[in-house]
Design a protein around this ligand. Structure first.
Ligand code: HAM
Length: 420
């Protein structure tokens, strides 16, 4: 029988690379945790209707990429393709917005699923860390989120990323623009599917990658010229706050995100070392989403950063994260009695909060010392029958190579002292 492999478009995270993923999740969430964002976790699947209404019936995510299933009980569910709709649903369900403390600031980390054509940086199962600030319209909140993402990437050592910024207008001005754009697009020479898109989501047509389409779009009406005064002022304030914070961004009026819920501020973080899947993160304001899923008016803003692509970006920039060895002490027993005794010492060390590991399987000294080296442990404890007869263990400093006999009863305390 042939062995199984991970499903198409997925991959496993295994040591040592998996440690980088953990560190990236940690680095992205740290600035959020320090800025008043509370942790939220929602199910990996939701009622399919939530995404259809929230993310939008005109998006590829909903029409082509959702993993949907019917349960034995007849419920229509979908594996979550993104986190925003779920987080807002959960916040509404728990009445977090009624606790009198707006904005409700939440962060999350988890797996997301999209049935996309797999390629480098694009997977069917991927991982995001995200943040949502619910219930407040304030340009400082938009700026805060962009600044925190910038801070997270910088803390990881990334440099070759850029921030693209745009405003998509609001429910006053966007419909006017949409109509003007539709009128313009209807006169162009476009294929059937693109013509359909003009009627459902004309802004997405601007995002078409094909050169013959782009050529026809040069004179398309610009959203910038249609923004109402309130949207213009809001956007200028976001820009000013970012500039004051020293966060560089590029205005990109072609930035149309692949989800329908956005209003006003939208942004994307792109990395120049990643080829075509260059977006390492993205987000924006979604003032109408709550009402779209049956809630009250709750203007909100958020982002999600892709963990997989952030790791690829680190690799593209040859950034080595400074990941300290997880094991401080490695115990190598020689013989049955030593195995029992040292296993006891390891347990004692662990209970005292010292990271310790053990040479399992009764291997010889040479092989066990190789494992001790590989573990990155600062100290090794070695003991054989003769040591035990004398009531000592050999304590080896793996950095200096120095070795000394320490009374068995004092080994744990001595290590605790040396490790500070
Ligand atoms: P998104 O732009 O669809 O936004 O996804 C955010 C990030 O997730 C992307 O920039 C990318 O790094 C990563 N990502 C998306 N799809 C894949 C894939 N197939 N393979 C690998 N990585 C991927 C959202 O999901 C919104 N919920 C963000 C948001 C939060 N907006 C407001 N609040």
């Amino acid at each position: 029988m042939s062995t199984f492999q991970a499903p198409k478009g997925t991959y496993d995270l295994t040591p040592p690379r998996s440690a980088t993923f953990l560190a990236v999740r940690e680095a992205i969430s740290a600035p959020l945790r320090d800025s008043g964002y509370g942790y939220i976790e929602t199910p990996g699947f939701e009622n399919v209707e939530l995404f259809a209404r929230g993310v939008g019936e005109s998006t590829d995510i909903v029409t082509k990429e959702m993993y949907t299933l019917t349960t034995k009980g007849g419920d229509q569910l979908a594996l979550r393709p993104e986190g925003t709709a779920s987080v807002l649903r959960a916040a509404l369900e728990a009445n977090l917005h009624k606790a009198g403390n707006l904005p409700v600031k939440l962060w999350y980390s988890g797996s997301y699923y999209r049935y996309e054509r797999p390629q480098a940086g694009r997977y069917r199962h991927f991982s995001q860390v995200g943040a949502e600030a619910i219930g407040t319209e304030d340009p400082a909140l938009d700026a805060e989120l962009i600044i925190l993402a910038d801070q997270a990437y910088r803390s990881l050592g990334l440099r070759r990323f850029r921030i693209l910024l745009n405003s998509l207008g609001d429910k006053e001005c966007r419909p006017v623009y949409r109509e003007a754009l539709q009128t313009f697009l209807r006169d162009l020479d476009l294929d059937e599917e693109t013509r359909r898109r003009i009627e459902i989501n004309p802004l997405r047509v601007l995002d078409d990658k094909r050169a013959d389409v782009q050529k026809q779009l040069t004179d398309a009406p610009k959203l910038r010229d249609y923004l109402c005064d309130a949207c213009k002022a809001y956007h200028e304030e976001v820009r000013a706050l970012l500039t004051a914070a020293g966060v560089a961004f590029e205005d990109d009026e072609k930035l149309v995100r692949g989800l329908d819920y956005y209003t006003r501020t939208t942004f994307e973080f792109v990395h120049d070392g990643l080829g075509s899947q260059s977006a390492v993160g993205g987000g924006g304001r979604y003032d109408g989403l709550s009402e779209m899923i049956g809630g009250p008016e709750l203007p909100s803003v958020g982002w999600a950063l892709g963990v997989d692509r952030t790791v690829l970006a680190l690799e593209a920039e040859s950034v080595e994260l400074d990941l300290p060895a997880t094991t401080s002490v490695y115990a190598v027993p020689l013989g049955e009695e030593a195995r029992r005794v040292l296993f006891g010492v390891v347990t004692e060390l662990r209970r005292a909060g010292i990271a310790a590991d053990f040479a399992f399987g009764g291997r010889g000294l040479k092989g066990a010392m190789k494992s001790a080296n590989r573990s990155g442990a600062r100290y090794t404890l070695v003991a054989g029958g003769r040591d035990l007869a004398e009531g000592v263990v050999q304590l080896k400093d793996m950095e200096s190579g120095e070795q000394s006999a320490v009374p068995l009863a004092e080994a744990a305390a001595e290590l605790a002292k040396r490790l500070g």
